[in-house]
Write a new protein. Structure first.
Length: 147
């Protein structure tokens, strides 16, 4: 039972940390970040299992994490509130060619980041941009103005 409690605490802590870290940071992992995640995974495993290296302990931890993951996914599917907690909602960064500074600051996104995404969508300037929206997955959707 101790393994289940530790796995549950770590699961929800990781969920909280990923929400705090922000969508954009998770969408743009650098090689160092990837290595850091692998190291973090090992540290999490050590924290959950402590000195229990048994197959049974491993199966209990894997089952607990899997059940929690399915449970959170199911809750997100069934409840808008849960979905907002786990995934968030899209955030408008640019509207009618004008940046929304408050949203850019809150999500720690520079105007240059938005312009880069606009260029990838074949939009050359903010004036041509009707909407730039930070999606739940951390990517920016760019919608051009209709002329």
């Amino acid at each position: 039972m101790d393994l289940v409690i530790r796995a549950t605490v770590v699961f929800f802590f990781i969920l909280l940390v990923t929400r705090i870290a922000g969508r954009r940071e998770l969408a743009e992992l650098e090689p160092f970040d990837l290595i850091l995640l692998v190291v973090l995974g090992d540290l999490v495993q050590q924290g959950i299992t402590q000195s229990d290296e048994s197959v049974t302990g491993t199966l209990i931890v894997i089952s607990t994490i899997a059940l929690l993951s399915v449970g959170v996914s199911w809750m997100s599917f069934r409840s808008r509130r849960a979905r907002l907690l786990t995934a968030g909602e899209p955030i408008v960064l640019v509207q009618g060619g004008r940046p929304i500074e408050r949203n850019l600051r809150r999500e720690r996104i520079t105007l240059e980041d938005v312009q880069e995404e606009a260029r990838r969508s074949q939009i050359t300037s903010l004036a041509e941009l009707q909407w730039a929206i930070l999606e739940d997955d951390g990517h920016i959707s760019c919608i051009p103005r209709r002329h």
